[in-house]
Design a protein around this ligand. Structure first.
Ligand code: MSP
Length: 643
């Protein structure tokens, strides 16, 4: 039976733009989803936006917009951010969707009819920032601990959910299910809180005070308290009460949150589910807070970290790697660009990047870029003994990913990378290449290192999908095939002999703080990565196109241009003989071009390159590993125009 995995992030308030904290939680959900897919599990990953309540009304007023206009605008910022970060949720829910509103009304009716909602006059201390009443003992020096303002005393008649009735049941459930709330520290925190009497929860707001919410189905003068509305997104998104999605995924539900919203998720939500007759979720995974310069990240402090700016500056995968490597899930972490740059240079450029380009360079130098066939005995004897370590690495990676210990999973991969780097130094393939007698050994060593790289690429996929795809492509493996199969990776199978490798590339150029990495000449594409393509150019008319004289031509002769690393001099036949200089020497050997047909822009003004006049330009597509020449599908007479 296929396992199901349902993971949710908090639905984010639309009163502020997305920042690093939102990106982190959503990234964790994405990496966990990718990991589960590698294990063949059925995955449903949900995120979205929380759009009702006074916070939103006040934010909209500030912008001079209606709440509806405002929520549409900010919700879109969240929705559009995720693909930019290669985060691929299966569903993006908004609490303003009619389906969700209908589910909220239905649940309220159920609980009301069951007698767990009552009407009562209440006077209490209300924090407008938190949108909730506080008890005296929750305040710190008389102030709301989150907003540091004294709450206002207000008196209102409201509807209450009889949460107190569920207290001992909840304590019992948490005690009987040690993995209900993880890590342990947050479970303990919840149990400690539940040692004091639990109060009933006020679940309505008079419409006279707040109109932007879901009306109570049994009293139109009130709207639903925003938390009661928001938590239900986790079931409304699956089509509760019916629907295949609900049946398949709800029993496997895991909520992912930061510690700020522990109480609503660990206390209100289970009680609501129990009162509504809906089975409980399985796990609550709680992480710590990203701090900036040891302080809280907040809009008012002006120290909000913008995920997109970082991604643009340092690259998407470096950003994803840093967040998951730096924070020990469950604990707070501090964010700094220095730390990011340090990890980028040390872990990515040095350890991983160097290893990758070293091994590929040697594979080209000594094996012509083709994976050799190594018999099992030679592999055992000279294969550097990497097999058992590879299996250990993959198992530790799997254990840690499953336990949401992302930093440990990555540390295990880096330990293996370190081991591979050492293996290169110890086996010294450059020495083995000097003698014919050590050829089998050389082949076994390089084949084993390539296998190691394949494992690393696969294990990096959940965290760095684009890098995994680039590595796969250079290793001659199809980056788009369903290749990231954890079982297969763990099996340490031989690398298919005869595989043609791509050239060595720099996966991660080194950077200084604030400096952007050199733009990559090649683009990354893969199962999840959106290829970095330049924007489309402005529209042109056919008359502009007709100005280009594009011709098919045959390469008659090709040679390296002395002293120019990147240039080839080609003699071509396009009905007449021409000389063309092309910057493809790093990607094509002269001899593989002779006799081949290419497409040439024939009426480009001649230009002198390294002393040679180039009379036209070859056309190539920007491929994964460098330019890829384009040519006619079948041979055509030289000089045939393109139409
Ligand atoms: N709308 C509610 C959640 C309702 S869920 C039914 C809400 N929204 S929020 O926009 O404030 O998002 C809070 C969540 O954003 C945190 O739980 C966490 O996932 C993420 N983070 C916001 N700031 C963060 C940090 N500084 N560090 C880590 N995560 C943070 O609460």
């Amino acid at each position: 039976m296929t396992m199901a995995f349902y993971i949710t992030t908090p639905i984010y308030y639309v009163n502020a733009r997305p920042h690093l904290g939102h990106a982190y939680t959503t990234l964790v959900a994405d990496a966990a989803s990718r990991f589960r897919r590698m294990r063949g599990e059925e995955v449903f990953f949900l995120t979205g936006t929380d759009e009702h309540g006074d916070k939103i009304v006040r934010a909209a007023e500030k912008e001079g917009l209606t709440p509806r206009e405002y929520v549409d605008r900010v919700s879109r910022l969240f929705r559009d951010l995720w693909p930019e970060l290669a985060i691929a949720p299966d569903r993006f829910i908004r609490t303003t969707e009619p389906n969700h509103q209908a589910v909220v009304a239905r649940v309220l009716n159920r609980i009301h009819q069951a007698g767990d909602i009552y009407f009562s006059e209440y006077e209490g201390l209300y924090c407008f920032g938190c949108e909730r009443f506080y008890t005296e003992r929750e305040l710190v020096e008389g102030k709301c601990p989150d907003h540091q303002v004294a709450p206002e005393r207000i008196r209102e008649a409201n509807y209450f959910f009889r949460m107190s009735r569920y207290q001992s049941w909840l304590v019992d459930h948490i005690q009987r299910h040690p993995d209900f709330i993880r890590p342990e520290r947050y479970r303990n925190e919840v149990l400690a809180f539940l040692r004091e009497p639990l109060e009933d929860l006020c679940i309505s707001r008079p419409r006279s005070r707040l109109d932007w919410g879901i009306p109570l189905p049994f009293d139109e003068r009130y709207v639903t308290y925003v938390w009661f509305d928001a938590l239900l997104n986790y079931v409304s998104a699956l089509g509760w009460p019916d629907g295949k999605l609900f049946a398949a995924f709800w029993p496997a539900a895991r909520h992912l949150i930061a510690k700020d919203i522990l109480k609503p998720h660990a206390i209100y939500w289970p009680c609501m589910l129990q009162a509504a007759g809906i089975p409980l979720y399985r796990h609550l995974h709680v992480h710590g807070y990203w701090k900036v310069e040891e302080g809280k990240m907040s809009k008012s402090l002006g120290n909000v970290v913008e995920p997109l700016a970082l991604k643009d500056r340092y690259g998407l995968d470096a950003f994803r790697y840093f967040l998951l490597r730096e924070m020990a899930f469950g604990l707070d972490a501090s964010f700094s660009e220095e730390a990011l740059v340090q990890r980028l240079n040390a872990d990515l450029a040095n350890d991983l990047g160097n290893l990758f380009s070293r091994v590929l360079t040697m594979a080209w130098k000594y094996l012509d870029g083709i994976v050799p066939a190594v018999d099992p005995e030679t592999a055992r004897q000279y294969g550097l003994g990497l097999g058992p370590e590879a299996v250990r690495t993959a198992s530790e990676f799997e254990r840690a990913m499953e336990a949401f210990e992302f930093h440990r999973a990555l540390a295990a991969v880096w330990e293996f990378i370190g081991r591979l780097n050492k293996a290169v130094d110890l086996s010294a393939p450059w020495e083995l290449a000097k003698k014919k007698s050590t050829r089998p050994q050389l082949e076994a060593v390089l084949a084993s290192l390539l296998k190691g790289l394949r494992l690393v690429a696969g294990l990096l996929y959940p965290v760095m999908p684009q890098t995994a795809a680039r590595m796969q492509a250079q290793l001659g493996l199809d980056p788009n095939a369903p290749f990231y199969d954890l079982e297969e990776l763990k099996s340490w199978k031989p690398f298919p002999a005869g595989t043609r490798l791509g050239k060595a590339i720099a996966l991660f150029p080194r950077v200084e703080r604030g400096e952007e990495p050199e733009p990559e000449k090649t683009s990354a594409s893969g199962p999840a990565g959106s290829p970095e393509r330049p924007p489309l150019k402005p529209e042109i008319g056919i008359e502009d196109f007709l100005k280009l004289d594009l011709r098919a031509a045959t390469v008659l002769h090709a040679e390296l241009l002395p002293k120019a690393k990147k240039l080839l001099r080609l003699e071509i036949d396009l009905g007449e003989r021409r000389t063309i200089v092309a910057g493809i020497a790093e990607h094509y050997r002269p001899e593989e071009l002779i006799g081949r047909q290419v497409i040439v822009l024939a009426n480009l003004k001649p230009a002198k390159l390294m002393g040679v006049v180039s009379q036209g330009m070859l056309l190539a597509a920007g491929g994964e590993t460098g330019p890829v020449l384009v040519g006619p599908e079948k041979p055509v007479p030289p000089g045939s125009p393109l139409k």
